[in-house]
Ligand binder design. Structure first.
Ligand code: ADP
Ligand code: MG
Length: 711
């Protein structure tokens, strides 16, 4: 889902741009309705609806020149039209024979609208045909070609669809390629001249950006001199200009917002050296260099009166929690309240326990989750409002919606990747506390720039010493017994194991192993050991009891779904067994694997797969085997799955782009970010005349979101 706060979808920046699409020649109410499905409402939307690919139809071949397996376009006459019934079925094949001076060819359709096709495919008619040539029974054929009557005399049509590089748009049911192309052609013809470039001339010149008008024209209906491969790869300067615009406007909004946030008056915390000594004495280990560096970055921010908005990126197990503790204490020593928000209740409880231990008697810490009684909840809320509780831990939803604080000074958001940018904006409305966001999903730089463009970033790039690296194995079904034997020896040593399944229970839709059945079967398999079952559909108290039993060592083998994916910290668990790993995203697998390798014993992650893995799945899983580096895995995940799916279906706050593509256009993204920052540095309120049009575009694009940007 695109983030609402920075949704680049609704733009309007030029006279005529807001014209409803209906006013384009060839678009009536019916087609307008179909175009709406493509998010096209206005002329401007249509301009940004770029072709998904291009075809070089500049060269007309003869039939004898057609090459098997290659694309070909030719002009021919229909010689014969035949409907061939399929045996044992009501369906038919449409077969037509075509000929020109050089030879004959058959074209076939297996799915077609009989009435429609027979209406215009008649012997004697001249047609344009294009498609990929195949060989069948030793002769060439084209299956499902594009076929159009030549309309001899109607040369505008020919000009749009043939004898040129033609754009291929994404289609929608009821709206065919030719219709869309014709509409786009009319649009470009009629409206391009009214486009006004909004980019400051200095920038156009320095970056050698192509003109906006030409960019639209050439991207939709390229002239013959363009290289069709460059077009397909979005490498032409025309396409790059449009990509730049899209990224640039977004980055400009983020840069302004970054600046707006800094401008607010926040809290200037006092940080006394003796507190730091006291804190270090409480922490049961010595901090890593990375942890120290990040803490000092946060402390710098805290001292400043600008409100802090900082993201800590650190791989699973890198030790983020202790940093949160450290800084929260400083806030509380200054007399402020602090809050920690986490995505799951299990995690809330875990943090609650470790914070209570760390705080000792000095700071009261309360847990606010849906599992507690109404009376208890009310009391916590009242106490928070009265300023009586210095520290609250809870799920994001509860704290965000339900609690008012007397003097909230510090907010920590754990496992941020599950929350969108929008939610972060709401947080800020709770006053001007310092905000620390912690994410365990390492995000490739390109994504973090768009996701967190309004945050400063600190990275923990090392893990605490003394950890044995995790060994990861991809194992096939036929080795199950050996694997189980291995796990048994580990259990014998007193270690514990996680078994993770993609499903809670049996499903008639997909044939996969599930947690419930596995729990039964594993109790048999591992007789003498206690097997626990944990999944998202269980009541909170039940989940808590199971987790506690596992943590206390009463459960040896925990069967679970991905509910344990986030944050759980049980150093004695050293085995992670994942069934059907191909069903999980790479980053998710990495998170799961991050549950082990938290102590000093050697940990093993076993991914058990059935026999048939697709090549892509194989490649993904091999990435897991070959690296433990969360950043590398995230990059790989992004490359394989694309940004849209990168973080699964969860709300991820990645804005949807119409033109740009985070993978393909990384360079442009980086340039656009630098340029946006440069503009905001030199003209913080965007009041200079050169930036006037730019500012207009910005406010059109973000409409009522501007106050968030300027906040
Ligand atoms: P994450 O970054 O995944 O949230 P945690 O904060 O849960 O990681 O830390 C993982 C484990 O490492 C915890 O058991 C924690 O107590 C321990 N830990 C954190 N920092 C250090 C350190 N500097 N030295 C040793 N152990 C540490
Ligand atoms: Mg954590």
């Amino acid at each position: 889902m695109a983030d609402k706060g920075i949704n680049p979808k609704t733009t309007h920046y030029k006279k005529g741009g807001a014209t409803p699409i209906q006013y384009v020649k060839g678009v009536g109410p019916k087609i307008a309705g179909l175009l709406r499905r493509k998010d096209i409402e206005t002329v401007e939307d249509a301009f940004y609806f770029l072709p998904r690919t291009y075809e070089d139809r500049s060269k007309l071949l003869t039939i004898s020149e057609l090459t098997p397996l290659e694309y070909g376009l030719f002009k021919a006459q229909i010689l014969d039209v035949d409907l061939i019934p399929l045996r044992k079925s009501k369906r038919k094949i449409l077969s037509i024979k075509l000929g020109d001076k050089t030879g004959n060819i058959y074209c076939k359709w297996f799915n077609f609208n009989e009435h429609y096709m027979l209406n215009f495919l008649k012997p004697g008619v001249n047609v344009f045909v294009s498609g990929t040539v195949s060989i069948y029974n030793g002769r060439i054929e084209i299956h499902h070609p594009d076929i159009e009557v030549t309309d001899e005399g109607k040369d505008t049509e020919d000009k749009i669809h043939y004898g040129r590089i033609v754009p291929i748009y994404s289609e929608t049911e009821g709206l065919g390629q030719k219709t869309i192309r014709r509409i786009m052609y009319n649009l470009v013809e009629k409206f391009t001249s009214s486009i006004e470039d909004f980019m400051p001339p200095e920038l156009i010149e320095r970056l050698k950006l192509a003109g906006l008008k030409e960019s639209f024209r050439e991207s939709h209906f390229p002239s013959l001199k363009e290289d069709v491969n460059a077009l397909r790869d979005f490498r032409t300067k025309w396409q790059k200009r449009l990509v730049f615009d899209e990224f640039f406007i977004l980055e400009l909004a983020l840069a302004l917002r970054r600046r707006g946030l800094k401008k607010r008056k926040g809290i200037s915390f006092d940080v006394k050296p003796e507190w730091q000594k006291m804190l270090e004495s409480r922490i049961p280990f010595s901090l890593t260099k990375s942890q120290k560096k990040v803490i000092s970055e946060i402390i710098q921010d805290m001292k400043h009166s600008e409100p802090m908005n900082r993201l800590i990126q650190g791989d699973v197990g890198s030790g983020k929690t202790i940093i949160a503790f450290y800084c929260a204490v400083i806030a509380m020593m200054n007399g402020y309240q602090a809050a920690l928000m986490v995505p799951t209740e299990i995690l809330a409880e875990q943090h609650y326990k470790s914070f209570k231990k760390l705080f000792g008697e000095d700071f009261e810490c309360r847990l606010l989750i849906s599992g507690i009684s109404k009376a208890e909840k009310l009391k916590i809320k009242n106490d928070a409002e009265a300023g009586k509780i210095p520290f609250i831990i809870g799920t994001h939803a509860i704290i965000q919606e339900d609690v008012t604080f007397k003097n909230l000074g510090f907010i920590i958001v754990d496992e941020q990747h599950r929350f969108g940018v929008e939610q972060r904006l709401h947080l800020i409305n709770k006053g001007t506390p310092d905000i620390l966001v912690m994410t365990a999903t390492p995000i490739p730089r390109t994504l973090s720039m768009t996701l967190y463009g309004d945050l400063d970033i600190s990275t923990i790039d090392e893990k605490p010493e003394g950890r044995m690296p995790i060994v990861t194995k991809l194992v096939y079904e036929n080795k199950r017994k050996i694997v189980y034997d291995f796990i048994r020896t580990e259990l014998k040593k007193g270690r514990q194991a996680y078994f993770v399944y993609p499903l809670i229970e049996e499903s008639d839709k997909i044939m996969l192993k599930n947690a419930k059945d596995a729990a039964k079967h594993l109790s048999e398999e591992f007789k003498g050991y206690n097997v626990g079952l944990l999944h998202g559909k269980m009541r909170q108290e039940e989940k808590d009891r199971i987790m506690k039993d596992f943590k206390d060592g009463n459960i040896h083998l925990l069967v679970s779904t991905t509910v344990i994916e986030v944050g759980i910290d049980i150093p004695n668990a050293t085995i992670m067994f994942i069934e059907h790993p191909e069903r999980f995203g790479l980053s998710q697998l990495h998170q799961l694997r991050g549950r082990i390798g938290r102590g000093e014993a050697r940990s093993v992650c076993i991914m058990m797969v059935g026999t048939h893995l697709t090549e892509v799945a194989q490649k993904r899983l091999n990435t897991m085997v070959s690296t433990n580096d969360g950043f590398k895995i995230a990059e790989e995940d992004l490359i394989i799955r694309g940004p849209g799916e990168f973080l699964g279906t969860r709300q991820h706050g990645i804005p949807g782009f119409r033109v740009g593509n985070l993978l393909r256009d990384i360079d442009t993204l980086i340039i656009s970010r630098n340029e946006a920052q440069r503009i905001v540095n030199s003209d913080p309120d965007m009041t200079m005349t050169v930036n006037k049009k730019l500012k207009e575009v910005l406010s059109h694009r973000f409409k009522n979101k501007m106050e968030m940007i300027n906040s």
